[in-house]
Design a protein around this ligand. Sequence first.
Ligand code: UD1
Length: 414
Amino acid sequence: MPDDSRANPSKRHLKDVSPAGAPVAAPARPHFVDSVGVGPEGPGTIVHVIGARPNFVKMAPIVSEMARRQAFRQVIVHTGQHYDTRLSDDVLADLDFPECDRFLNVGSGPHGEQTGKVLAAFEQVLLEEEPVAVVVAGDVNSTLACALAASKLGIAVAHVESGLRSNDWSMPEEINRVLTDRLSDVLFTHSPEGLDNLVAEGILPGRVHYVGNTMIDSLRRCERRARERRAWEASGVPEAGYVLVTLHRPSNVDDPERLAEIAGELVGLAERWPVIFPIHPRTRARLTDSGQLDVLELAGVRCIEPQGYLDFLSLQAGAGAVLTDSGGVQEETSALGVSCFTLRPNTERPVTLTHGTNILLGDDPAEIASVGPASWSPTPCAIPLWDGHAAERIVDVLVANYALNRFAGAALTS
Ligand code: UD1
């Protein structure tokens, strides 16, 4: 097959995988410096994509570290996938996130529509900003849409939190993960199995950088302030004597029968322990429609609004146990040393099972009966590279690939 990747940068990934899917020979250079603009006109532009709550937390340390180094002009694009004050503005404010440069205002909708709206709007931003690279994080619809728009224009994509796999193709996030990694030039993993997962899919190891977890960078930066808030006191429950619950996955909340079963188990849980349940808008809508919100409140479950970043971190730090289906919460509880029970049949974050405090409950809501502060005493060991410095390692790689090479090229051609 002729190598046309230089003539048409948007095809540059095609050479990585043979028709049979086996990795081919390592490239002469590990990174795609081709996409770096050359010229004496000052630092190149990096576009950062944010859009949904978890990505604000993952991106904040990178934006902050990059600003400190002053190696790039930064443009922050908020897709508007999350738009509620409580899911977006409050979280961004707690993280001291700088003002966004562009707001795409895509809002909610079916997956195809939401992804398509981001794709079209983000393409326009790229045409105007002409970045040397786009940084995306995680596995939400905005992540995939922006990676696709950039890739089609031949703009380099850097993916933060690459290589996670649940191997559960029924999860929208799993589709987003696999496709985003395939489109990415630089892949940042936060745990060792990420590299194995990527290599198994034909990604060249030279593009993968094991850097650690930027979500834990944010946590360490905010932990003291969060603990001082003692957010559990607003619900009148004792420190370490309550269970914190979060549930928003379509597989748990979109099927009315399953949601009713889970709600029944939460009523049982509330008979044993105080329960605080900050309710995602998607879950609240389903519980309200079915009348189960009233049932939970009558049973004493503290049904509260989604919390800002600091208050939610405070609630996790003060909890005796956490019941969740969120990926980020599995990681944060592991870093905080708080017992986590995950209501899912699988996790794309196995390091939280082997090194952290997480246990998989599986698919059966009846397993919620085993949740409680006294039911398990975790002894977490430190997860390698979850040390609060992942963003520094990420910016090192981005500078090496997209800033230093750029200036080297400018010097050569001037
Ligand atoms: C999304 C991500 C999920 C992530 C979660 C964090 C995808 C496929 N899913 O799920 O991986 O864990 O964010 O919260 O990208 N809604 C509001 N206000 C908002 C946003 C959403 O009311 O600001 C409601 C709408 O009814 C919407 C529903 O929540 O239809 C779902 O929102 P959506 O962004 O599609 O997915 P999440 O469930 O938030």
